[in-house]
Design a protein around this ligand. Structure first.
Ligand code: ASP
Ligand code: MG
Length: 408
């Protein structure tokens, strides 16, 4: 018998039939003797609909009122799910974020959870009730309703699981787990039984959008075992957990990729101390996030070339900024390319194995794919290649590292 926090996303509660199906699932878990807290999102499309209403009034609605509006989506779902549970003879109680004291800071529209007073939830669990909590919302010290940013229900679930010391936090969604890569690109992609928090963070931030990144960070910090699983099919899903010493870790867990990249190159910058700061400072000041950076000194030793990547949506703006900066610094040329992608191999097994980069580069070379940039970390190797090579590159790597075959 375990204490489980379950979270059901928008598509899982997208209609009355689906809400009834979730109620059935919750009932089954309860029949097996588990104690359950269920966090739900708004019905699919509802948050966007509400946002649309607000935008009809103003391009920039007052953040406080936007939170009051958006939080209603989840309030609808908790009530409907609790009704569906009660109808099945399962005692249930719904609560908004403020009712269960999900205390946040006062940053409207992207608040962070500070504290949860879980006494009420515990009392209900003791009394044999299923506790249904609205995801994505909290309350600040002054009693104002806050929301946690898009996809924030994942974070609500993890935070509640941490506060309650739950045995597991289960995120039910429309996929049945975390895959070695996007199955739309590689049909042989395989569901992973488990993956570490660290790997998941790399996969998530690189575009495998299964879970809100913040929720994974939170789970890692408080060591909450997190499971991603389908609300439509049976199955074990993927367990996201700590790296275990005694386990033989697979070399590579997955291949992430990001199509939202653009590359910028500044040639012939006079090579002096402080030049990187002078060049990239104005970009950072414009709130543009810089990802990979490569600096090369020219053979004459007097000038240096910079290449870096930014999000594609920031491409034009970055070029504009740099043209001015480069002129002021006496650089010879600014150029760019927004038809590039980043492909990354991710795996904690990399720490203890050499030669992975070589295998990666060979596999790409065999397909005639030119690598434009490389960056590495302890558990990740990323390359930038031309956009047209994305599918081919990911497939070649998936095959080269035998990711279609289970490691155990
Ligand atoms: N309903 C919110 C959203 O659409 C929160 C969530 O679904 O997690 O972003
Ligand atoms: Mg979601």
């Amino acid at each position: 018998m375990a204490l489980i926090v379950q979270k059901y996303g928008g598509t899982s509660v997208g209609s009355i039939e689906r809400i009834e199906a979730v109620a059935e699932k919750v009932q089954q878990y309860r029949d097996r003797g588990h104690r359950l807290v269920v966090v739900v999102s708004a019905m699919s499309g509802e948050t966007d609909r509400l946002l649309g209403l607000a935008r009809q009034i103003s391009e920039r609605p007052v953040p406080r009122e936007l939170d009051v509006l958006l939080s209603t989506g989840e309030q609808v779902t908790i009530a409907l799910l609790s009704m569906a549970l009660e109808k099945r003879g399962v005692p249930a109680r719904s609560y908004t974020g403020s009712q269960v004291h999900i205390l946040t800071d006062n940053v409207h529209n992207k608040a962070r959870i500070r504290e949860i007073d879980a006494r009420k939830v515990r009392a209900d669990l003791e009394a044999g009730r299923v506790v249904v909590v609205a995801g994505f919302q909290g309350v600040d010290e002054e009693g104002n309703i806050t929301t946690l940013g898009r996809g924030g229900s994942d974070t609500t679930a993890v935070a509640l699981a941490a506060a309650l010391g739950a045995d597991e936090c289960q995120i039910f969604t429309d996929v049945d787990g975390v895959y070695t890569t996007d199955p739309r690109v590689v049909p042989e992609a395989r569901r992973l039984d488990r993956i570490t928090f660290e790997e998941m963070l790399e996969m998530a931030s690189l575009g495998s959008k299964v879970l809100q990144i913040r929720a994974v960070e939170f789970a890692g910090k408080y060591n909450v075992p997190l499971r991603v699983l389908s609300s439509f099919e049976e199955g074990e899903g993927t367990l996201i957990t700590y790296e275990e010493e005694e386990m033989e870790n697979p070399l590579i867990s997955g291949i992430a990729f990001n199509r939202d990249e653009a590359q910028i190159t500044v040639l012939g910058v006079p090579d002096q101390p402080g030049i990187a700061a002078k060049l990239l400072g104005p970009v950072a000041d414009a709130n543009i996030e810089i990802d990979m950076i490569v600096q090369n000194v020219a053979p004459d030793g007097k000038t240096t070339d910079f290449t870096f990547t930014v999000n594609r949506t920031d491409y034009e703006k970055t070029l504009e900024i740099l043209q001015d900066v480069a002129r002021a610094l006496g650089a010879s040329e600014v150029s760019g390319d927004n038809r590039i992608v980043k492909i990354s191999l991710v795996g904690v097994g990399m720490r203890s194995h050499a030669g992975i980069a070589a295998t990666m580069f060979r596999a790409l070379a065999e397909e005639g794919i030119n690598i434009r940039m490389i960056s590495t970390s302890e558990i990740k190797i990323s390359v930038v290649v031309d956009e047209k090579y994305l599918e081919l590159g990911v497939r070649a790597l998936h095959e080269a590292f035998h990711l279609d075959q289970s490691g155990d």
